[in-house]
Write a protein that binds this ligand. Structure first.
Ligand SMILES: Nc1ncnc2c1ncn2[C@@H]1O[C@H](COP(=O)(O)OP(=O)(O)OP(=O)(O)O)[C@@H](O)[C@H]1O
Ligand SMILES: [Mg+2]
Length: 235
């Protein structure tokens, strides 16, 4: 479904990506794991059209995305749940969810997805009228994922979904990601520093180091890999 080939990218003169290559097949959960500053967020930003690459290709369903605008990329079904969550703090929970669906015209589908989001995260239903900026960190993360789902993604890109959450909530978020993948069939690419959780729920994963993808395998393979265990799992 998605193929990223030998991507390089920079912020001004600072090279952030040297050579990133990865594939995401339909129906998969794939993670990109790596340390602070390795290039995970930058990779997602190139895929979603926020940053233009210096070199390389991003192919989605056989079509190149390089040069397309972010809204065009969103409208073909690639929905980004950014690091820092991308919510509208002065809008209510309900309004944020509605904003997530603003490119859609299928009213029935929007209603169905709203029910699905409320069934995944009942706390969002309870707090429907609360301003997003006043939610707790965990609730904001749930809202960010819910808002992403309201865009009816074919491919959902999640940047650091576990950031700043207590361990119990981290489990809940990763369980929910699995549930979304199973129940809606959404294909998911996760950028995560929490390598253990990400690998545990992923069909396949890539390791990114200093702007280059250096390793690939099934979640299980990488969980058992010596280098991954030492560098990312603290074992
Ligand atoms: N807006 C920016 N301007 C300049 N440099 C940037 C910018 N954003 C990221 N960088 C640099 O690009 C490199 C890759 O950063 P990126 O945010 O992609 O890392 P990351 O893997 O997502 O890290 P983290 O786990 O800390 O979120 C880093 O060296 C970072 O300092
Ligand atoms: Mg990041």
């Amino acid at each position: 479904m998605l193929e990223v080939k030998e991507l390089s990218a920079a912020y001004g003169k600072a090279i952030a990506l040297k050579s990133v290559s990865l594939k995401v097949n339909r129906g998969e959960i794939v993670s990109l794991i790596g340390a602070n500053g390795a290039g995970k967020t930058t990779t997602l930003r190139v895929i979603t059209g926020i940053i233009r690459p210096l070199r390389g290709e991003v192919i989605f369903k056989g079509k190149s995305l390089v040069g397309m605008e972010p809204y065009q990329i969103a409208s073909i079904g690639i929905i980004h749940v950014p690091e820092g969550r991308g919510l509208f703090p002065n809008m209510t929970v309900r309004e944020n969810l509605e904003m997530g669906a603003f490119l859609r015209k299928d009213k029935d589908g929007i209603e169905r997805d709203l029910d699905f989001v409320f069934s995944l995260f009942p706390v969002l239903k309870e707090r429907e009228k609360q301003l997003a900026g006043t939610l707790s960190g965990g609730e904001q993360q749930m809202l960010a994922i819910g808002k992403g789902l309201m865009g009816d993604p074919t491919l959902m890109l999640l940047d650091e979904p576990s950031l700043g959450l207590a361990p119990m909530l981290v489990d809940k978020i990763f369980d929910t990601i699995t549930q979304i993948n199973k129940e809606k069939g959404t294909t998911i690419l996760i950028a995560e520093q929490n390598a253990y959780m990400a690998l545990s729920i992923s069909h396949r994963a890539y390791v990114i180091e200093n702007g280059s993808t250096v390793m690939e395998g099934s979640g299980e393979e990488l969980l058992g890999n010596e280098h991954v265990r030492k560098a990312y799992l603290g074992m």
